[in-house]
Design a protein around this ligand. Structure first.
Ligand code: ADP
Ligand code: LRH
Length: 485
């Protein structure tokens, strides 16, 4: 079969892009046609996403992609956030950003009320304050919810605007907390528990199914004729894990961007009491797989520090080079401390954390970055070791994909902290996963191992061997009270 092209729309929390992938028997070549910034917008009622602005960028990207004659389009984005449609299909209000504070307090209270064990037994989700189910509790009684007829997660909303078709793609639906993860079906009683009419939850669809043709006006605007929108693994992390170039069974992965999503792939959800206590999630993947992982605060700590310093992303590599020359283990923080979640002055909060834990706060930007890199490496170590212990997997290699694969210091420190080799890349694993699911729907690639073999054979990867003694990492973990790893 001749190679064919597919257009991936990948919306991350810090940037969005439209990527065209040409896929053949031994071929996977990417070309980015458009990249644009993304981030929170503060309005008087809290933090939001500019979804209409994002949609305009999507249309621009698709217009540029049209020159490459893609045979289909797929959309993925960050998880959990949603828009509401009224009876006429109009968007009700501006979707909230998951870092908005309206779930403060509400989330824990709601989990307690429903029962944390009961919740986990059904939805298998780690407790994060912004899980959709808790956002809906916080939104209970608002006029928008009263008028709403349909709830759409962000990629499904973009898909609706492109095609006029509603639905809920299942990998992303599994991040709502409203799904029975074993049945791969909505759990109407959980919806009812937060006062949500289950009728708002659209029909579930599986990756690889056709969503629909572009509406005549979107086809005209983008220059894409007879090009369907295909459901991909629309949770960006689900697509990223498809894009992990694993060729051996005992791998772990870290999808490292705004968040570090660190864990292993399982062939079924694992909802043990130990997994619940360790706050491990069971998110659904393609082909019946489960992403058994933990959220680690990730490069948000870097991008938000850069913002506080008034620096742009282009200034990061030079600052990281300076951080690499800073003294090791001067200070470490728990990146998942709730104080780091909301936008604001991250370097000042790191200073506070250090003072409270009897450490000398880092002074200077390079020292702050060094502290963040070691803290993230330590959190990676804890997440991967816990995943291994909870599943009995003898992890022998850690894949790092996403923007973090460009961060040489973090990749090396993660290898050192774990005492395991790290294979870094591809940076655009999410777009690759998006494209490969479309290519499979078109009959061009085989199963998940075949997709991964194609990625491994065609994408540039870099290997980091672990260096240095383990003792300082164990001591640093103990400083955070993490004796168990
Ligand atoms: P998301 O999809 O969550 O928006 P990405 O996977 O695109 O995130 O990763 C973005 C992050 O990658 C940035 O915040 C930055 O820390 C890191 N990054 C990007 N380019 C580089 C680079 N040249 N060197 C080091 N880190 C980089
Ligand atoms: C990463 C991600 C992650 C979710 C978070 C809200 O972009 O989708 O998997 O936990 O955003």
């Amino acid at each position: 079969t001749d190679p064919r092209s597919f257009a991936a729309v990948d919306l991350g929390a810090s940037s969005g892009r439209v990527v065209v992938g040409q896929v053949g028997a031994d071929e996977l070549v990417l070309e980015e046609t458009h990249r644009f910034g993304n981030g929170a917008v503060r309005l008087p009622d809290g933090l939001h996403w500019d979804v209409v602005g994002l949609y305009r960028e999507v249309l621009t990207g698709l217009r540029l992609a049209a020159d490459h004659h893609p045979v289909s389009v797929g959309v993925d984005s960050w998880a959990v956030d949603y828009g509401l449609l009224d009876d006429d299909g109009a968007l009700l209000g501006v979707p909230h950003h998951y870092r908005d504070r309206r779930t403060d307090g509400v989330a824990a209270e709601t989990a307690e009320r429903i029962g944390t064990e009961r919740l986990y037994a059904v939805n298998g989700m780690q407790f994060l304050p912004f899980n959709t189910i808790f956002q809906l509790e916080a939104a209970r009684g608002t006029p928008q919810l009263a008028a709403a007829r349909t709830l759409l997660l962000i990629p499904d909303l973009i898909g609706y605007w492109l095609t006029g078709r509603t639905g809920a793609e299942v990998t992303n639906a599994s991040t709502t907390g409203l799904l029975d993860v074993a049945a791969r079906a909505w759990a109407p009683d959980l919806a009812a528990a937060v006062g949500l009419d289950p009728a708002l939850l659209p029909e579930l669809r599986e990756p690889g199914s056709v969503i629909g043709a572009l509406l005549p006006e979107t086809a005209r605007e983008t220059g894409l004729t007879d090009v369907p929108v295909v459901a991909v693994a629309s949770h960006d992390t689900a697509s990223a894990v498809i894009g992990v170039p694993a060729t051996t069974p005992d791998f772990a992965y870290i999808s490292c961007g705004t968040w570090s999503l660190a864990g292993v792939e399982l062939d079924a959800p694992r909802r043990t009491e130990a997994a619940r206590r360790a706050n491990f999630t069971n998110e659904l993947g393609v082909d019946g797989t489960t992403r058994f992982l933990r959220n680690v605060m990730g490069l948000w700590l870097v991008s938000e520090s850069m913002r506080a310093w008034g620096l742009g992303p282009s200034q990061l590599p030079a600052l990281l080079a300076e951080a690499a020359a800073e003294p090791a283990f001067a200070a470490v923080v728990d990146p998942d401390d709730p104080r780091f979640m909301a936008p604001g002055d991250i370097p000042a909060r790191i200073g506070d954390y250090c003072r409270e834990t009897g450490q000398t706060p880092p002074t200077g930007r390079a020292a702050v970055l060094r502290c963040v890199m070691e803290s993230l490496a330590l959190a990676h170590r804890r997440a991967i070791r816990t995943a291994a212990a909870l599943t009995g997997r003898d992890v022998d290699l850690v894949h790092i994909v996403g923007g973090g694969a460009r961060n040489e210091l973090l990749c090396q420190l993660t290898a050192d902290a774990l005492g395991l080799p790290v294979l870094a890349g591809p940076v655009e694993a999410t777009a690759i996963g998006n494209i490969l699911v479309q290519a499979r729907a078109a009959g061009l690639v085989g199963d998940l191992p075949a997709m991964r073999a194609l990625t491994a054979a065609t994408q540039g990867l870099r290997r980091y061997e672990p260096k240095g003694p383990a003792a300082p990492w164990t001591a640093a973990a103990a400083r955070l009270g993490w004796e168990d790893c």
